[in-house]
Design a protein around this ligand. Structure first.
Ligand code: PEP
Ligand code: MN
Length: 281
């Protein structure tokens, strides 16, 4: 597919909604994401204790989440922080999936790990720090798994769409766009919720658009509020960090933003309602 449309001025063709090529719903496991019921992937920032991952996974499943999110390769801002369980962690995924009974969304950092992670996970996440890693994006074109592509926290929407184009042009149309907040001069929240980007992406492409309120909020008491705001902007789903016992999470980590799994069902119901109300106003 590569090269056919290389002269396009925007830098993307396949993902352009005008061309009607990409799907408006992408399946993660058996569940379609896009233009339907609000999808929710929830779970721990990182796989740390296997027992806590199981307990959190079972709790979010019981609450109606459709997928378990969990980090195994962690893109930390310091080399001295826990980098995830990495290869040995990937080997734990089949058992985790079998016990929890949900499809798994997990990040892949290195193009060399795409095959390994694709064998064990149902959806491959590209983190905000890797959105412009073209070697990774190209490799994901052949992964045979849907890709959840986070927006770079300093990148314009058009570049995000070009990143999606890399995956699609290399053979994989199953891309879910995930907004997760952007850098700003103001640090009241960890990252400024990029709500306008949801509308902009919607206008330009049919690909599903979801939102990660956890990394945007950066604090647990703002997660639901950011999720509701994203719902008002019509997102197809949410990616929520949740943990049964945030106090047990390694520090420094994302313990401050870990949502109570027992509240996921209420959050999904409220977001669905807000999304419907906003669509009618
Ligand atoms: C994550 O989902 O745990 C993560 C690291 O997200 P981001 O790439 O958006 O910071
Ligand atoms: Mn995290």
């Amino acid at each position: 597919m590569v090269g056919r449309h290389s002269t396009n001025a925007r830098g993307y063709w396949f993902v352009d909604r005008a061309n009607g090529v990409v799907p408006s719903a992408v399946h993660v496991g058996a569940t379609p994401v896009g233009r339907g019921p609000l999808w929710c992937a929830a779970g721990p920032c990182a796989l740390e204790s296997f027992d806590d991952a199981v307990a959190t996974g079972l709790a979010v499943r019981q609450q109606g989440a459709h997928a378990l999110r969990i980090g195994i390769f962690k893109p930390r801002t310091s080399p001295y922080n826990f980098q995830g369980k990495q290869g040995p962690g990937v080997k734990l995924l089949p058992e985790l999936k079998a016990v929890v009974g949900l499809p798994v969304v997990t990040e892949v950092l290195d193009p060399r790990d795409v095959g390994l992670v694709a064998e064990a996970a149902d959806c491959l996440q590209v983190g905000t720090r890797n959105m412009t890693n073209q070697a990774l994006l190209k490799e994901l074109g052949g992964a045979g798994r849907p890709v959840l592509l986070k927006r770079g926290y300093r990148t314009p929407v058009e570049e995000w769409l070009r990143a999606a184009e890399f995956v699609v042009a290399h053979g994989n149309p199953a891309v879910i766009l995930c907004a997760r907040g952007i850098s700003s001069f103001d640090s009241s929240l960890r990252f400024m919720p990029d709500l306008g980007a949801v509308l902009a992406a919607r206008e330009r492409t049919d690909l599903p658009v979801v939102f990660d309120p956890s990394h945007s909020a950066g604090r647990v008491d703002a997660v639901a509020r950011v999720a509701l705001a994203a719902a008002a902007f019509g997102v197809d789903g949410l990616l929520v960090e949740a943990h049964v016992a945030p106090e047990r999470m390694y520090q420094p980590g994302d313990g401050r933003q870990a949502y109570d799994p027992a509240k996921i069902s209420g959050l999904m119901a409220a977001c669905t309602e807000v999304r419907d109300v906003a669509a009618g106003l």
